[in-house]
Design a protein around this ligand. Structure first.
Ligand SMILES: [Fe+2]
Ligand SMILES: [Fe+2]
Length: 263
């Protein structure tokens, strides 16, 4: 199997099992194919992106004592993980000229996203909701429609969405703990650890691909397309240490920390 075939399966299959099927160990990348940029990912009928106002809001952390709230949270987060996976598949199909080492690294991250999707589906089911019981949004996918090159991707997904998730995962883990759901909290802490590696993938490749002499921050900020912006790369409880562990430099972390989340 080639990287392109794996990416197309993730991106275009309407079977959830196929989208979440592991990549073979050795993938060929000798023929990455022509660029394609589909408007929507393939999805089973119950997971087709629904109109904006029909999808549930994320329950507040304080509501996680209720199992119904935790079920909704897992459902929403499973869809976030699935979208991240699909966006990575899109990047492999849309930018076939990117270095093979970058593409192979992305396949490794995708296997984590497949696992994360499954973990949220499993915990959501244990809390009473099957994946597809609720309408799902396409927030992350839609933001990826503005990506024009791998640097747009690196700024927008690893450094904004996965960066912010360093904060969200631990905030939710604590909320699940307060709700007495140790297993849900463990899933969130596991994803937090993986997300540190995913942010590292983002900053390392941004450094390799940025123009000579450009700073990490200017490259990051310059490759975000509105409404993506640096303040979207953090949550309320700022995890400084996790960002340093991911390899962001102190100046980059200071700048993020000085921003108000989402402003
Ligand atoms: Fe993930
Ligand atoms: Fe991730």
């Amino acid at each position: 199997m080639s990287i392109r075939e794996f990416a197309e399966r993730v991106l275009l299959s309407s079977s959830l099992d196929e989208k979440l099927a592991a990549a073979p160990r050795q993938l060929d990348d000798s023929n990455p194919g022509p660029p394609i940029f589909p408007k929507w990912p393939g999805r089973p009928a119950e997971l087709v992106v629904a109109p904006r106002r029909s999808t549930p809001q994320m329950p507040a952390p304080g509501a996680m004592e209720r199992i119904e709230s935790r079920a909704i949270a897992h459902h929403i987060m499973a869809n976030h993980e699935l979208q991240a996976l699909e966006v990575m598949g899109l990047v492999l199909c849309a930018f076939p000229d990117a270095p093979t080492e970058f593409r192979a690294g992305l396949v490794e991250v995708m296997s984590d996203e497949q696992r994360h999707t499954r973990m949220h589906i499993e915990r959501g089911t244990a809390c009473g909701l099957s994946f597809g019981d609720l309408p799902v949004n396409g927030y992350i996918w839609k933001k990826a429609q503005s990506f024009t090159c791998p640097l747009d991707y690196l700024a927008g997904l690893p450094l904004v969405f996965e960066g912010a998730n360093l904060d969200h995962t631990l905030a939710f883990a604590e909320a699940f703990d307060r709700g007495g759901d140790r297993r849900g909290a463990t899933v969130l802490r596991t994803i937090h650890r993986d997300e540190i590696r995913h942010v590292r993938f983002g900053i390392e490749w941004l450094r390799r691909m940025k123009p000579p002499g450009a700073s990490d921050w200017d490259t990051f900020a310059g490759h975000l397309h509105w409404p993506l912006r640096p303040s979207k790369a953090r949550g309320e409880d700022f995890q400084r240490q996790a960002r340093l562990e991911a390899g962001l430099d102190a100046d980059f972390v200071d700048r993020l920390e000085s921003l108000q989340a989402g402003q």
